[in-house]
Write a protein that binds this ligand. Structure first.
Ligand SMILES: *[C@@H]1O[C@H](CO)[C@@H](O)[C@H](O)[C@H]1NC(C)=O
Ligand SMILES: *[C@@H]1O[C@H](CO)[C@@H](O)[C@H](O)[C@H]1NC(C)=O
Ligand SMILES: *[C@@H]1O[C@H](CO)[C@@H](O)[C@H](O)[C@H]1NC(C)=O
Ligand SMILES: *[C@@H]1O[C@H](CO)[C@@H](O)[C@H](O)[C@H]1NC(C)=O
Ligand SMILES: *[C@@H]1O[C@H](CO)[C@@H](O)[C@H](O)[C@H]1NC(C)=O
Ligand SMILES: *[C@@H]1O[C@H](CO)[C@@H](O)[C@H](O)[C@H]1NC(C)=O
Ligand SMILES: *[C@@H]1O[C@H](CO)[C@@H](O)[C@H](O)[C@H]1NC(C)=O
Length: 747
């Protein structure tokens, strides 16, 4: 390959500019050190040694629901009164694990027999329960196996999907009306996404949208007939294993064809198409998002296959059809639109202008107000808005990393309209400053109240706050006091953060330093990598993970580095790897390792790299680079070759294979097989991985065998990309043993 040479380019320009050390346990009481022990692998698996969050659902501007001991309680923030809303006995009657509230809040649907499909999708059964009469509505008339259930936003109408067809009920007691009839597995899907729309376009199992007061229902119809299927064996336990087929467009191949249809709740037999603009239909395209503005106005983001051009089209209903009212087009000249996909639209009170996070002229993601097709920035600076969390009539609330570092998060409020002159305000910056530097918010309907979610760097803290005054804390919801005491008995790693200058950019790293760390000693190093476009591994979140064990018990320094391609620092850094995956995001990891060695406390004979998914790809590419830096490494469910991955993700960054053949061909792990002779490699993959197919590990294995490279491997039968169930403990135990042999106790 000779890639090793390429990787040295730009290395000499890199210098360490600063670093800081923050003990993870800053908020923990100091107890006698002698009584402390290290955090072990068993501790990592121990379910009582986990920090807690606090789940709630706002159901108005001042009330929320919270589930405790299996029952749902209603909490009124103004009166501070709590009442039983839905008893755990009711859940038990139908074996339910989740619930959803009807638009009029008079009924709940209870969900049981949750059966996972892909990352977001699942099937389940639903029972309808009346809160007024405390009885079940029987018979519900809902089939046993439902793919998606959705209450209308008003009244108690609902829609559900069974066997890829949509059914609607105008009222809980009325008869269901079948809305579509052409649904067929792996061919025509109504109201539910197919594999690639679920994973890469919507990142959800929802493809059906009620209008604001339930007059219309819009839904996606997907045609997968031209989409090539991937087939894999599911071993199960029968005499003959079964083969599963899933339509899955790989890079360069035929995409699902999308249509957006709207039916009127009063007459669901008439389907009206919301047609994509002709500028979009000249090539392949995606339906990226659907936003109802009013009952008779709908906004759709249509995205070209290349994903550098999005057409926001606003349509009005004229009594018979949906016609263009206004449009806004957005194009990226340096890469793709959005972090992954175009970000959502938030419509203003005028029902026609909207707010959206998009790149400004300097390539930083900021809030823009789009009016008459023209975008005006609301925020600006060399930092990014991560997302908008709430829009009210006089303010916009958003999360950004404006203060200090790319890996920090805070909640901000900016006045809009007549209030736009009011100064921008940070709601979370001054709350528990040491403990909270990664804070998000979940706002009530009109943002009068919010739950502040502080995820670190100290122990996570969840509080209820009043947003009408100075952000007064009303209640501590979860302060993790219990785990604080438990953690106090451990010797914990300290976190060191710093910056490396590479190719003119200041890029961040963080390290977990073993307890009693001394710069005069030499430590083994594990690089924990993800490295995918728009990823961020260096942040101010609290960490209590597998790395905590490796550092605390095995004395390994676990480090992560956000190189070129990483997110939330402007498009210049993120789009560096456009059309060239497998280059800078891999090289920068190795450059970082060289700098870590220069710090003086790394044993350069004991360095490893590991990653999962994209991280497994980067780890494999780095191990196969022939750099001589790594003694060993682990790849879990890695990509081997971009042509094997899905078209939506891959082409966003690489274009089609036919248009970028060289970059596809020289970014494979398999072509680096020979270089694996100089490293110890552990390759892990689930055989039922619907996302990164087992094919990818199989091809790496084949290439290594061809080159007579010895390596270790573990497959997980019938497990998917997340290696759930028993496999999760198994895989971490297995990798721990492998790494200990390589880094800690070499023979
Ligand atoms: C889990 O941790 C708790 C708290 O330290 C401890 O009491 C318990 O024995 C542990 N359980 C196991 C199975 O190790
Ligand atoms: C149901 O709720 C009651 C009262 O809150 C509680 O005592 C009981 O433990 C709960 N049952 C379950 C199975 O959680
Ligand atoms: C639960 O759902 C699965 C998948 O749809 C189905 O095979 C099974 O029969 C259901 N079980 C019950 C108890 O309804
Ligand atoms: C609505 O628009 C369609 C398509 O342009 C047109 O044929 C129809 O006449 C319009 N209907 C009304 C009531 O304006
Ligand atoms: C926006 O739409 C809502 C709901 O249809 C309506 O009540 C309101 O008057 C509209 N506002 C404007 C400025 O048109
Ligand atoms: C919440 O905001 C909506 C839309 O601006 C408004 O119609 C409603 O009256 C507000 N409710 C409260 C409680 O402020
Ligand atoms: C592929 O080749 C190009 C041109 O020689 C080079 O710039 C790039 O770094 C190579 N990519 C990889 C992954 O090695």
């Amino acid at each position: 390959m000779g890639c090793g040479k390429v990787f040295w380019v730009g290395v000499s320009a890199a210098i360490i500019t600063f670093f800081i050390i923050i003990p993870v346990a800053v908020h923990l009481n100091r107890t006698n050190d002698a009584n402390k022990r290290s955090f072990t692998l068993d501790d990592y698996f121990n379910s009582t040694i986990k920090w807690k969050s606090y789940k709630l659902r706002w159901i108005s501007d001042n009330a929320y629901l919270h589930k405790r001991e299996g029952s749902v309680f209603l909490y009124n923030v103004e009166t501070r009164e709590e009442s039983l809303y839905l008893s755990n006995l009711t859940f038990a009657k139908v074996d339910a694990t989740d619930y959803m509230l009807s638009g009029d809040q008079k009924y709940v649907s209870l969900e049981s027999n949750y059966t996972k499909q892909w990352r977001h999708s699942y099937t389940a059964s639903y029972s309808i329960y009346s809160l007024d009469s405390s009885t079940f509505v029987t018979p519900s008339g809902i089939p046993e196996c439902v793919q998606y259930f959705s209450w209308a936003p008003t009244g108690n109408a609902y829609a559900y999907i069974s066997d890829f067809n949509i059914y609607m009920k105008a009222h809980v007691n009325s008869d269901p009306v079948q809305v579509t009839f052409n649904g067929k597995k792996n061919e025509i899907l109504n109201g539910v996404p197919d594999w690639v729309y679920e994973e890469e376009v919507f990142a959800s199992n929802e493809a059906m949208w009620w209008s604001t007061t339930s007059k219309f229902l819009a839904f996606l119809e997907l045609n997968d007939r031209q989409v090539h299927s991937v087939e894999f064996t599911f071993y199960g336990s029968e005499q003959y294993p079964v083969t599963r087929a899933v339509p899955y467009p790989k890079a360069g191949s035929a995409l699902p064809r999308a249509r957006l249809l709207v039916v009127e709740a009063a007459d669901p037999s008439r389907h009206r198409e919301v047609e994509p603009p002709s500028s979009i239909t000249t090539g392949d395209y995606f339906l990226s998002s659907v936003t109802w503005v009013t009952d008779e106005r709908i906004a759709v983001q249509w995205l070209t296959r290349q994903q550098n051009h999005v057409h926001v089209q606003i349509y009005d209903f004229n009594g018979t059809s949906w016609r263009e009212k206004q449009k806004f087009v957005q194009t990226s000249r340096t890469g793709w639109v959005g972090h992954y996909s175009p970000l959502p639209l938030f419509f203003a009170e005028d029902n026609i202008s909207f707010y959206k996070v998009m790149s400004d002229t300097l390539g930083y993601k900021h809030i823009h107000h789009i009016s008459d097709g023209v975008a005006e920035p609301i925020t600006s600076g060399q930092w990014e808005v991560i997302y908008i969390t709430k829009l009210t009539k006089d303010a916009i609330y958003y999360i950004s990393n404006e203060h200090n570092e790319p890996g920090v998060r805070n909640v901000y409020r900016a006045g809009i309209g007549r209030s736009s002159a009011a100064p921008r305000r940070c709601l979370t910056c001054d709350v528990e400053k040491d403990r909270c530097q990664y804070s998000l918010a979940y706002m009530s309907y009109n943002a009068s109240y919010y739950r502040m979610d502080c995820y670190g760097p100290g122990l996570p803290l969840f509080t209820l706050r009043d947003n009408r005054g100075a952000g007064e804390e009303l209640m501590v919801l979860e302060d993790n006091a219990e785990i604080k005491n438990i953690l106090d008995q451990f010797h914990m790693p300290a976190v060191r953060r710093g910056t490396l200058r590479i190719a003119g950019f200041d890029l961040r790293y963080q390290m977990m330093l073993p307890p009693n760390f001394k710069t005069s000693q030499k430590y083994p190093l594990l690089i924990d990598v993800y490295g995918g476009p728009c990823s961020q591994k260096v942040d101010y979140g609290f960490r209590l993970n597998w790395g905590t064990y490796l550092s605390s018990t095995e004395g390994i320094i676990v480090a992560s580095f956000d190189g070129r391609g990483s997110g939330y620092q402007g498009d210049q850094i993120m789009h560096s790897i456009y059309k060239r995956l497998g280059t800078y995001e891999v090289e920068d990891q190795m450059t970082a390792v060289r700098h870590f060695i220069d710090l003086g406390f790394i044993d350069k004979e004991r360095i490893a790299i590991w990653g999962w998914s994209y991280g497994g790809y980067v780890a494999s590419m780095a191990l196969g680079a022939g750099s001589g830096l790594f003694k060993c490494g682990v790849a879990v469910a890695p990509v081997a070759k971009w042509e094997y991955y899905d078209a939506v993700y891959t082409e966003r960054y690489m274009g089609k294979p036919i248009d970028n053949l060289d970059a596809y061909q020289n970014s494979t792990v398999t072509s680096r097989a020979k270089n694996f002779k100089s490293v110890d490699y552990l390759l892990v993959h689930g055989t039922a991985d619907d996302n990164v197919h087992f094919q990818q590990a199989a091809e790496i294995s084949k290439a290594l065998v061809e080159e007579q490279v010895d390596f270790e491997a573990m497959w997980y039968t019938d497990k998917d990309h997340g290696l759930g169930g028993a496999a999760i403990q198994h895989v971490y135990t297995h990798i721990s043993r492998f790494l200990n042999k390589c880094l800690v106790r070499p023979q």
